[in-house]
Design a protein around this ligand. Sequence first.
Ligand code: C5P
Length: 231
Amino acid sequence: MQTSKKITIAIDGFSSCGKSTLAKALAEKLGYIFIDSGAMYRAVALYAFQNKWISDSHFEKEKLIENLPNIQLHFELNSSTQKPEIYLNNQNVAAEIREITVSSLVSKVASIKEVRQKLVAEQREMGKKGGVVMDGRDIGSVVFPQAELKLFVTAKPEIRAQRRFLELKATDPNITLEEIENNLTERDEMDSSRDESPLIQTNDAVLLDNSDLNPAEQLEIAYGLVLERLR
Ligand code: C5P
């Protein structure tokens, strides 16, 4: 459905709970732009990793902060999958940012104020005309507090880990469920407890637990909420 009124839709929630799947499907159905803000934090983490400023045991935050102006991010639509893919300084890094190495470092990078300031400014610019579905951790609370529809998506931890495991196993046969469970727990904990824009469910967000929903059912519920907001 495409109407002339275009709203802003913010989808936040814990790691691997299907936010991006929902955001992408909703954007497609509405003819809106879909932005995966997590991909932007992941790309910055990858940049820090490539430059050896971060590892499991060290983090040269100042180096990363100094070099933030050298990080250019943009999305391009992959014409065969119809998925927007992220580019880091004109290199497609859509696959690399999903690797477990990046997953294990990204929450440290995302806790830095200067990183957030840069990415929030870019996200606001991308969504300034409305007609956008953006998913992340602080979209309803910080990036677009005025969003007409805010969803807070969640699912049982074991279900989230299992879903991510099946997804990652296709490209990384050595990955274990335990590794993923640990990563999700650690990221949820860091994302919810950090000082800068922690993950919270805002009072005006609708809670959507998709533990027992398939993607189509989840989309139907979200789409119904959009129609209410458009009325
Ligand atoms: O959404 P995804 O799991 O890819 O996000 C990766 C990480 O990026 C999160 O665990 C979180 O640390 C960070 N993030 C964030 N704010 C957002 C989106 C992602 O802090 N809006």
